[in-house]
Ligand binder design. Structure first.
Ligand SMILES: Cc1cc2nc3c(=O)[nH]c(=O)nc-3n(C[C@H](O)[C@H](O)[C@H](O)COP(=O)(O)OP(=O)(O)OC[C@H]3O[C@@H](n4cnc5c(N)ncnc54)[C@H](O)[C@@H]3O)c2cc1C
Length: 285
């Protein structure tokens, strides 16, 4: 039997994390799958487990004119339901899993699980979100893009917890989210794209494009962003082919049980084209 801890304060949780190197257990919806041992057998934990569900400090959500701050223990359901959350982010949350999973799965778990297909990551990366990490003795913030270093790997130290995600305030004129999966609910992503742009209807002033599940970590298409920025909206159709080429060159998809590399590359390029069409028509899609 492994030791388990269920602290009621963040301070206590950080003490336990430092002393026991205990594995954070948020909603458990990734952990229980990762540690499964077969049908009818309980998942096998080899290290002490730190349940975070009673640490209310980690479940706060607040916003001011500079940023939205999302505690790592905010569930996907709470995220989608909170009126402080911008509609595009709520829509991403509602496209994930199904109601049962969303009621326990957390924002922090989605990020720290470090799956290339984690659906919150394209939104967070496109918005230059930052991650706040805390330990008993220190705190630091870093771009969420730098938190995840590869499939299943992060820079979170064994004595640290992800406390919150900080999303700078920005309401782009166009926000666009697409997720290709086998079905609408409880489908893990084959390819995803979150993109947004500011335009005055004449020129594209700012564009951000992030793709999920086409590289070891979520991928910002910076070359395509540069291509769009400063371009007249009426000229966008003319650069769609170059954007698709730049996308094809940037992605590094793999074949796995969910999809093929070729499908992922083609869908990623198509989604970039759909985003450009959305900017062109000024739609909020
Ligand atoms: C049926 C089903 C459908 C799903 N559908 C989707 C989907 O559509 N899209 C999607 O992206 N995901 C999906 N998932 C995956 C999963 O539900 C999400 O990634 C979820 O957000 C994970 O959150 P959690 O709280 O359950 O994480 P946990 O399983 O508790 O933790 C995941 C990892 O993060 C670490 N961790 C958790 N919190 C912290 C913290 N505060 N600090 C440091 N480390 C921490 C844990 O130690 C663990 O390594 C699905 C899973 C299932 C079972």
């Amino acid at each position: 039997m492994v030791e388990t801890f269920r602290p009621t304060t963040l301070e206590e949780a950080l003490e336990i994390r430092a002393a026991h190197r205990a594995v954070p257990f948020a909603g458990g919806t990734d952990l229980m799958v990762r540690l499964r041992r077969g049908p009818g057998v309980l998942p096998g934990f080899e290290q002490p487990v730190l349940f975070l569900d009673r640490c209310a400090e980690l479940a706060n959500l607040s916003a001011d004119d500079r940023a939205l701050e999302i505690g790592s223990m905010v569930t996907l359901a709470a995220l989608a339901a909170n009126p402080l959350v911008p509609r595009p982010l709520a829509e991403v949350a509602l496209s994930m899993a199904g109601p049962g999973i969303r009621s326990v799965a957390t924002v922090g778990g989605n990020v720290c699980n470090a799956s290339p297909a984690a659906d919150l990551m394209p939104f967070l990366c496109a918005h230059n979100a930052r991650a706040r990490l805390i330990s008993k003795t220190a705190r630091r913030t870093l771009p969420v893009e730098e938190l995840v270093t590869g499939p299943g790997t992060t820079v979170v130290e064994p004595d640290e917890l992800l406390a919150a995600l900080i999303v700078p305030a920005w309401s782009p004129a166009v926000s666009f989210w697409r997720k290709a999966g086998t079905r609408r609910a409880n489908a893990l992503t084959k390819v995803s794209l979150f993109a947004c742009a500011d335009t005055d209807g004449v020129t594209v002033h700012r564009a951000r494009i992030s793709l999920g599940a086409v590289a070891p970590t979520v991928l910002r298409l910076r070359e395509v962003e540069r291509l769009l920025e400063g371009t007249a909206v009426v000229d966008l159709a003319g650069i769609a082919a170059r954007a698709a080429e730049a996308c094809a060159a940037a992605v590094r998809p793999i074949d796995d049980q969910r999809s093929t590399a070729d499908y992922r590359r083609r869908v990623a390029c198509d989604l970039v084209g759909h985003f450009i069409s959305a900017v062109l028509s000024g739609r909020r899609a």
